[in-house]
Design a protein around this ligand. Structure first.
Ligand code: HEM
Length: 474
């Protein structure tokens, strides 16, 4: 584990000092500062707000440089708040699992969209919500969703034409929305796909916006971006209201998650109308964009690695042939599972998560004062060569039993962990495997010539300009 504790680092134009000047601090001075302040080293600037702007401009570059220069625990200030980046699997495990009671989520800036739903609530309320929603994601229940996932993918693949140029990101979003709509809410969400996709682009913003409570005040300013975000949120709220209305008008036929929430409401014994609205919004947003991005990145990576793709086709031919995939096939598709696993490593849809300390928290010889923000970045840890040899290589074969056994648990955490582990982890993983497999039974996808693929680290890690790919019949 690497970290350097001190409060001061020499200031310069760049928020990153060069390592020579950092090393130039005398050992004595370092030791004195260490004991005085108990804050790790990190990027600093004499200009107020500059570090935040750098982080906001290109967060992945900022975090990569911070970890490379300052080690596994990095400190800086943002909006008056102490911020710590931790890049060590054991420290991440402590925050998410063993010491999780000392932390809470800091999502105040997202309340206007997510209300007090499962992804943002804390404490007792979060525990209650988790207990009421969890049964909808039990293993045997998820297994029943396999059929819907395969059917939604088959419907898309049957629409495609030879040599058509498709926006694969958009196609995957449509599938993911249909799956979430049918399985959890018993409604058709695909017909709202374009509206939802456009609204999402403005409504939710980037993690740097979501994690800063002070940014909720920006909402009051007469800015173009603020107006667009409000309009996006209004559209999403209207879609959720419609979903609930539709479901209320046709009660009784299904036992999906939404019926469970509404039924509890009818009995006056569970969620209020507002809470039902919030939960639907939270599940919709958490459940479709993440999975759609996982599938989109998988297509991109397969298109760049035709040998892996050939082997995936061989596996499919051997295990399923032309038949419709079943739950049993999902278990048997070992390579396809590893392809998705490796895609979630290199391109984790939720690429960063964060918590706020509820009390002073010891961090690797330093102390994070109560009220600090602690960042854990999957994108960074998943590409760390200490845990993943040749970290930038797309290599699904690395996921042997032995490799998984020896990998520190929180070196790979695409679904987070502990009491706030993704409630849809199995759902999302199974969906990605079944959808990719169903489409790959019939199609190969190749990147359209000249189409730039640039990852945009927004709420999810998504291809900035979509993913234009050509469909080629197998
Ligand atoms: C590949 C797909 C997915 C990925 C990579 C993913 C990732 C994550 C991660 C990293 C978290 C933890 C956030 C944190 O600790 O701050 C999370 C939480 C959550 N996810 Fe997912 N997710 C996926 C699919 C889904 C699906 C399909 C659903 C629902 C249908 C879902 C619903 C949720 C919810 C409700 C939470 C909040 C849980 C809580 O705080 O108790 N996710 N997800």
């Amino acid at each position: 584990m690497v970290s350097r504790c001190s409060k001061l680092s020499p200031e310069s134009e760049s928020v990153f000092t060069d390592s020579n000047s950092a090393c130039a601090l005398s050992v004595l001075r370092l030791a004195a500062l260490y004991f005085m302040t108990r804050l790790p080293l990190g990027p600093k600037s004499r200009y107020p707000g500059r570090v935040f702007l750098k982080f906001r401009q290109d967060p992945i570059d900022f975090l990569e440089k911070a970890a490379a220069q300052f080690g596994d625990v990095v400190h800086w200030k943002m909006g008056g708040q102490n911020v710590f980046l931790i890049n060590d699997p054991n420290l991440i495990r402590d925050v998410l699992v063993t010491q999780d009671k000392k932390f809470e989520k800091q999502m105040e800036a997202s309340r206007t969209l997510l209300g007090l739903g499962l992804t943002v609530s804390n404490g007792e309320l979060h525990q209650r919500q988790r207990r009421s929603i969890q049964p909808g994601f039990y293993r045997d229940r998820i297994a029943k969703f396999a059929e819907v996932m395969v059917e939604c993918a088959a419907r898309a693949r049957n629409r495609w034409e030879e040599n058509a140029t498709l926006d694969i990101k958009n196609e995957m979003e449509r599938i993911a929305l249909r799956v979430v709509g049918e399985t959890l809410f018993g409604v058709d969400l695909e017909s709202h796909a374009d509206v939802i996709s456009r609204a999402m682009a403005t409504a939710i913003g980037s993690p740097s916006n979501m994690m800063m409570p002070m940014l909720k005040w920006i909402d009051k300013l007469p800015l173009k971006g603020v107006r667009a975000a409000k309009a996006g949120r209004a559209v999403l709220h209207a879609v959720v209201d419609q979903v609930i209305r539709e479901r209320k008008q046709s009660p009784g036929q299904t036992d999906d998650l939404l019926s469970g929430l509404l039924f509890a409401d009818d009995q006056n014994n569970g969620a209020s109308e507002q809470q039902v609205h919030d939960e639907v919004m939270n599940l919709l947003i958490a459940g479709y964009e993440t999975t759609a991005n996982a599938m989109s990145w998988t297509w991109f990576l397969l298109s760049q690695h035709p040998k892996v793709e050939d082997r995936l086709h061989q596996e499919l031919d051997k295990v399923v042939g032309d038949q419709s995939l079943t739950m049993a096939d999902f278990e048997a598709l070992r390579l396809t599972q590893n392809v998705v696993r490796e895609s979630l490593r290199l391109c984790p849809p939720l690429w960063i998560i964060w918590r706020r300390t509820l009390e002073d928290y010891p961090l690797n010889g330093c102390v994070a004062p109560a009220g600090s923000l602690v960042l854990m970045c999957q994108y960074l840890t998943h590409r760390d060569k200490r845990y993943f040899p040749e970290p930038l290589r797309f290599n699904p074969d690395r996921w042997t039993e032995e490799f998984r056994e020896h990998l520190p648990k929180f070196a790979y955490f695409p679904f987070g962990g502990g009491s706030r582990q993704c409630i849809g982890d199995r759902f999302g993983f199974m969906e990605a495997v079944l959808v990719v497999a169903t489409i790959a039974q019939k199609w190969k996808l190749r990147l359209a010539a000249g189409h730039p693929v640039v990852p945009a680290p927004l709420f999810t890690l998504r291809p900035k300009s979509g993913l234009r790919m050509i469909a080629i019949r197998r």
